[in-house]
Ligand binder design. Structure first.
Ligand SMILES: Cc1cc2nc3c(=O)[nH]c(=O)nc-3n(C[C@H](O)[C@H](O)[C@H](O)COP(=O)(O)OP(=O)(O)OC[C@H]3O[C@@H](n4cnc5c(N)ncnc54)[C@H](O)[C@@H]3O)c2cc1C
Length: 329
């Protein structure tokens, strides 16, 4: 029976948080659609993830294993995923909006002649039309667009951190379907030459409960050392505006906003960030936003619960010292 297909990804030996969020959303939707929720998992050896996919709500798991699927390679994954879809016949395929999903989603949509929706933040069934609809930001975060594709098959990538993953139901099982994918190295137009793992220390930006962010107002890479120190003491992660990442002060993976990461921490500290709509698009899920800016008219103060009109360094230095004393870290 056609239904929802979540394309699972893994991280650090477990399912990625994006996958857990997508499965939570798919489980919520399957009752409304009266269709099952399935998951697809691809790789060289992925059997160990199957129980976890069932526990998180998948009714069926399509398991595709092949030596050419060891590590992500776009051509191989697009071919294999297409073969899974030919078997599963899903009405909607959900992928995470990471680099893998952003490449695979449009390629799969083309192969399936399906509608493609990118970067949705929510999805639901429109009761009136009985069709799926997706919400995503538009006009640089100034408006929200609700998209209702007319095609019968939809491929969509999610910009997540909007759903709290449901707790697993241990012992829950389902149907495991092995897909014998036909892949030939000669079909692959691109070849992976080298994989460079970005060095990451501390807490992942997307999962952090505290994010300490800096913008152009930090005036150079040196200032980020202080922000890193503050983030470490607060057991948080460091983020940045695009102005700071484009300047090469910090890695681009630290960028928060419309074209960067979406964060939803309990506390978002914005130092020297003006609050452009594209930046705010990535932080609106934060519980508390505290902004430090020398310009009292900076737009960031419109979204901050607490605003401090001052030099970022003076405030960050005081805050770091006090937090160090309080926590002993
Ligand atoms: C399609 C598109 C996508 C984009 N995506 C993103 C995105 O994902 N994320 C993102 O961040 N941007 C994004 N941008 C860029 C965005 O429009 C802004 O240009 C960017 O966010 C500005 O960064 P900023 O606030 O650090 O710099 P600025 O806007 O230059 O602000 C710097 C701020 O620092 C303050 N300041 C200066 N000195 C000090 C001091 N000593 N102490 C305290 N404050 C000080 C200033 O008053 C100012 O408000 C995007 C733009 C486009 C067109």
């Amino acid at each position: 029976m056609p239904g929802i297909l979540v394309v699972a990804t893994t991280k650090d030996g477990g399912l990625s948080r994006d996958t857990l969020e997508l499965l939570t959303g798919a489980s919520r939707l399957k009752a409304k659609l009266a269709q099952p929720a399935a998951a697809a998992i691809l790789g060289a050896e992925v059997g160990s993830y199957v129980p976890s996919l069932f526990a998180h709500g998948a009714d069926q798991v399509y398991r595709a294993e092949h030596p050419l699927l060891e590590g992500y390679q776009g051509d191989a994954y697009a071919l294999a995923l297409h073969q899974i879809c030919e078997r599963a016949q899903p009405t909607v395929v959900l992928l995470s909006g990471d680099v893998v999903g952003r490449e695979l989603g449009p390629r799969l949509a083309y192969r399936l002649q399906a509608a493609f929706v990118g970067e949705f933040i929510d999805f639901d069934l429109d009761q009136a039309s009985g069709r799926l609809q997706f919400t995503r930001s538009a006009y640089g975060g100034k408006a929200m667009a609700v998209i209702q594709p007319r095609e019968n098959v939809i491929v969509a990538t999610a910009k997540l951190r909007t759903l709290e993953p449901a707790a697993p139901e241990e012992g829950r099982t389902g149907e495991e379907i092995r897909i014998d994918v036909a892949l030939d190295a000669a079909q692959l137009k691109t070849h992976l030459i080298q994989r460079v793992q970005e060095e990451t220390t501390g807490i992942n930006l997307g999962d952090a409960r505290v994010v300490v962010s800096g913008g152009r107002g930090i005036h150079g890479p040196e200032g980020f050392k202080l922000l890193e120190d503050l983030a470490r003491i607060l057991r948080g992660a460091v983020g940045a505006s695009r102005a700071a990442t484009d300047a090469g002060w910090v890695p681009s993976s630290w960028q928060v906003g419309q074209t960067g990461r979406t964060v939803n921490p309990d506390l978002y500290l914005a130092f020297g960030i003006s609050g452009a709509t594209q930046h705010v698009a990535g932080i609106s899920g934060s519980k508390w936003i505290v902004a430090v800016n020398t310009d009292p008219a900076a737009p960031i103060f419109k979204v901050a619960q607490l605003g401090i009109v001052d030099d970022w360094k003076a405030v960050a230095t005081h805050l770091t010292r006090h937090c160090k004393e309080l926590t002993g870290r």
